[in-house]
Write a protein that binds this ligand. Sequence first.
Ligand code: UDP
Ligand code: MG
Length: 344
Amino acid sequence: MNVVVPKLQPFSTGATAPELSLVVPVYNEREVLPMLYTRLRKVLDVLHIKYEIVLVDDGSRDGSGEYITQLAMQTSLVKAIRLSRNFGKEAALTAGLEQAEGDAIIILDADLQDPPELIPQMLQTWRGGADVVCMKRRIREGESWAKKASAYAFYRLLNRISRVPIPEDTGDFRLMSRRALDALNQLPERNRYMKGLFAWVGYPTQVIEYDRACRAAGTTKWDYFGLMGLAFEGITSFSVAPLRWMTGAGLVTAMMGALFGLWIVVKTILMGSDVSGYPSLIAVITFLGGVQLLSIGVVGEYVGKTYFEAKQRPLYLIRDIVQKKNATVKNVITNEVDCHVAAH
Ligand code: UDP
Ligand code: MG
């Protein structure tokens, strides 16, 4: 067994660099991994290119980490990276992307929601000159109406307020050229809202539409609060518009307050004063209190982001990287071995 000593820099690229790297973040996906591997091999082996599958275990607790390590020991096509704990998908992706050596890099989810069968088409588009091939979801099978509606609303909102246009209905499933990836790897921020970072990089981009499948097995790692958090993260990472909204809200309420005060003065002069008005007073106070707390919350969000950026902590820690050495090109482009691993 060849256990490569962990290192944060990519392995040296050169004559042996693969043409294609697949980067797959894995978190508790033990059930689907064999299926993923077999399907990837089926698609990739017939392409007759040199490729690598970079599997990043994001601190799984269901044996996924052990499984990918085993896979990497058996075949040089797989590079297994295990993180020291669960850092979240964005960090796992970042780890995988930093280790990917290919000229073209494709990111896909482990749960087979991003069909590997589209890889040849993506490669073709890349060879046609695109630096980035974005995969746009046509339909979202197996997702609730509420999730689809909220995703729709989120993308529209995000695009209205952010300066870099972020393509709608595209996830992380995409191909990137080496230079686009190098640019992405240079971005130092800790808050990695990937969709936004991809968009920030730019370069000639082609969009391919596809039908997103259901999860092959297992359950999604996201709940509604998680998704709302991600949406808020996306907005605050790419725009300071909420701060401006709060200024606007402050201005409007202040103006309303001034007009209300004026009206009370006029009313008192014309009709005298009775001491009633307690309910309206309470209403105004609670309303203003709410607006203030909300504004402080929004400001706090940005302050918090600055705080985390200022700490300059690494995005993830690597526990180990396993890669079988001495891969010959022959071994890579034929499929004589390995597939049996997937059956267990
Ligand atoms: N994932 C990860 N770390 C996490 C959560 C998820 O690496 O903390 C991976 C997961 O294994 C999968 C991908 O991110 O490959 C997408 O996750 P999921 O399918 O749960 O999200 P959804 O498709 O529902 O957006
Ligand atoms: Mg999924």
